[in-house]
Design a protein around this ligand. Structure first.
Ligand SMILES: [Zn+2]
Length: 267
């Protein structure tokens, strides 16, 4: 029975794409403009201290955050961008909670995602993140694969945007279920390298079909965790969805879904 069920993303999509941009530099505006034009979504990991104190226009100011990143996700990158494994636990806690507090006031939703400053962490840091309510955190170790993370708190991306076109053909041919193409970078790199066309190329090349879901990091996390929280009868013929999300799957080749609160017979 169970082997006949294949999990899918929302609307029955087999695969997903997400972007993640760090540091909240002013060039985020151009990344957002491009993503919006193509209907794509990203998570933007910001440092509240820089957003608050910058007077030179190098960073997105606090006042602009809610409007600019609407439809995308704002996440933690720590106010002072420290090497978290080199400071003590209380400092880590303060860094994370300060970003959460500042950004939540602006965007109005729980800010529970993060990218590690410099991409580094250790076990101590992870323990603190759990206590600080962070549910996922991204590193910078490219896998060049399309897998979901084994551990949300050490979420490794597929690749930096510079490497995205190298695996684009593989992704386009990849229709295995719950595939994820995760692209990360810094918006200022497009400016420094004068290669904004790379972002355009990636967005142009990514599939625009009904098999591909474009989502923020947080939306992917929330969907997969909801899927994992479905409750089955012992014979796997009935499934109860206690979560707030409709969860999609394929059964005997047919796309189905179990709605929020629904007890569904699978036959
Ligand atoms: Zn950074």
């Amino acid at each position: 029975m169970f082997n006949n069920i294949t999990w899918l993303y929302p609307q029955g999509c087999a695969r997903a794409v997400t972007f993640s941009y760090d540091d909240g530099r002013n060039f985020d505006r151009r990344v957002i403009e491009c993503l919006n034009r193509y209907g794509m979504k990203g998570t933007f990991n910001l440092c509240s201290e820089y957003c608050e104190t910058d007077t030179k226009g190098n960073y997105i100011h606090l006042d602009e955050i809610a409007e600019l990143y609407k439809g995308h996700e704002v996440a933690v990158h720590c106010p002072h961008h420290p090497y978290l494994e080199r400071i003590n636990r209380q400092q880590v806690l303060t860094e994370v909670m300060e970003d959460r507090r500042v950004f939540e006031k602006l965007v109005g939703y729980p800010v529970v995602g993060m990218a590690y400053p410099f991409g580094t962490w250790d076990d101590n840091v992870i323990e603190v993140l759990k206590s600080a309510g962070i549910v996922y955190s991204r590193n910078v170790l490219s896998t060049f694969k399309f897998n979901l993370p084994q551990n949300w708190l050490t979420w490794a991306p597929t690749c930096h945007h510079d490497g995205a076109m190298r695996v684009m053909a593989d992704f386009k041919e990849c229709h295995r279920t719950l595939a994820l193409f995760y692209i990360w970078g810094h918006s200022y790199e497009f400016n420094e390298n004068n290669n904004w066309e790379v972002l355009e190329q990636i967005c142009e090349a990514l599939p625009k079909d009904d098999d591909t879901w474009y989502a923020t990091n947080g939306e992917i996390y929330a969907y997969i965790e909801s899927m994992r929280n479905l409750i089955f009868t012992t014979d796997l013929t009935k499934v109860y969805n206690p979560t707030a999300r409709e969860i999609w799957f394929s059964f005997k080749g047919e796309k189905r879904s179990v709605k929020s609160g629904e007890l569904l017979e699978i036959k």
